[in-house]
Design a protein around this ligand. Structure first.
Ligand code: C5P
Length: 351
């Protein structure tokens, strides 16, 4: 972690960490502890808890895009060193949290039945990490309304993990500083730490070394995300990466140029595009079609993370061929930021 960034984050958050905000949260009996079983249809758990006077807190769980992504080295441990300008965006999931009185398990309910809700879910990993690091034996009810597609290069699951750490900490009266949450988050994934930035971050290492930067673009800049039904497996994309055919651009130079001149084809480089296109050849075709369909609008089109989402910067009208294809995921989005001590909120209204 960069010392300058770490100390500035600590300074921003330590006051809040020690204010000892009064914790109004009541404990909710775990399902197995309850003498009366109530059947709660999915999606209404939080309403039922709130009706019982339980403190249910709602959080927006954002996603991210990579405005550029350079892979700088392959490490002996199999991971890759990267240098990337990440930005948090307002496409996100809904999450609700309440304390549980269970002494043995968390309960995660997800709107998407294809997502595992066991220990393999990053939400549960984040809660286990929170308990391990703070020593607080508190279990939680979590309801996750999934909107961000997975295998998308948008860090949706990582956003859920970061939101979970932030929410669990708030529900427990902020025992940890944000700097600590950021530091701990690197233990369960590479893309979680960025969500503890202010929203715009230059990330290095595996992605867990986070330096806040000024947002490089106007937050009102129109953007459209388009994703084919097939996702990309991050390990498969990294495996297909040919280090000899990477860009040679200096990432710090890219950071400077994007700040002064905005997005362009020359700056929005993603070293994982070529391997992702090898893994999923249809993706190269989709990028070419999106570039062609939006070129008169002065857009810049590139892949986010390890794919398979293609980002269009500069316009959020859905091209006719995209609108006509029901298999494509499409979502207008905007860059978002947050103030220290607060969590993210969406900009655009969505149904
Ligand atoms: O950390 P995360 O779970 O997102 O990583 C998934 C996989 O992606 C890793 O197991 C590794 O194969 C690859 N990866 C990598 N270098 C990174 C991040 C991820 O090789 N910086």
């Amino acid at each position: 972690m960069s010392l300058a960034r770490a100390s500035s984050l600590s300074a921003q958050t330590s006051a809040r960490a020690h204010t000892g905000r009064k914790n109004r949260t009541q404990n909710y009996p775990s399902r197995s502890d309850r003498s009366v079983t109530r059947i709660t249809p999915r999606g209404s758990l939080a309403r039922a808890l709130a009706a019982d006077g339980i403190d249910v807190r709602e959080y927006f769980s954002p996603s991210k895009i990579n405005l550029f992504l350079r892979i700088t080295a392959r490490r002996p441990d199999g991971f890759h060193e990267l240098a990337s300008l990440f930005h948090v965006v307002d496409l996100g999931d809904g999450m609700k949290f309440a304390k549980s009185s269970s002494e043995t398990k968390d309960t995660l309910i997800c709107s998407d039945a294809s997502i595992p809700t066991d220990e393999s879910n990053l939400v549960i990993k984040a809660l286990n990490l929170f308990r391990k690091k703070t020593g607080i034996e508190q279990y939680f009810w979590v309801e996750l309304d999934k909107r961000v597609p997975h295998g998308a290069g948008l860090g949706g699951g990582s956003g859920n993990a970061a939101t979970t750490l932030f929410a669990a900490n708030e529900l427990c009266g902020n025992p940890a500083s944000e700097a600590e949450l950021l530091e701990w988050s690197g233990e369960i994934g590479s893309d979680i730490s960025v969500f503890f930035s202010n929203g715009a971050a230059y990330c290095t290492g595996r992605g867990e070394i986070v330096d806040n930067v000024e947002p490089p673009l106007d937050l009102g800049t129109k953007m459209l995300l388009v994703k084919p039904p097939m996702g990309c497996s991050t390990p498969a994309v990294f495996k297909a990466l040919d280090l000899d055919s990477r860009s040679t651009a200096d990432p710090l130079e890219l950071l400077k140029r994007i700040g002064s001149d905005g997005c362009s084809e020359a700056v929005c480089i993603n070293d994982l595009e070529a391997p992702a296109f090898k893994v999923l050849p249809e993706l190269a075709e989709l990028k070419a079609e999106l570039t062609e369909a939006t070129k008169d609008k002065g857009t810049v089109v590139f892949m986010s993370g390890s794919g398979s989402t293609i980002v269009i910067i500069g316009d959020d009208d859905v091209p006719a061929f995209v609108a006509a294809d029901e298999t494509l995921f499409k979502a207008p989005t905007r860059l978002i930021t947050r103030k220290s001590g607060e969590w993210y909120a969406p900009t655009l209204e969505r149904k």
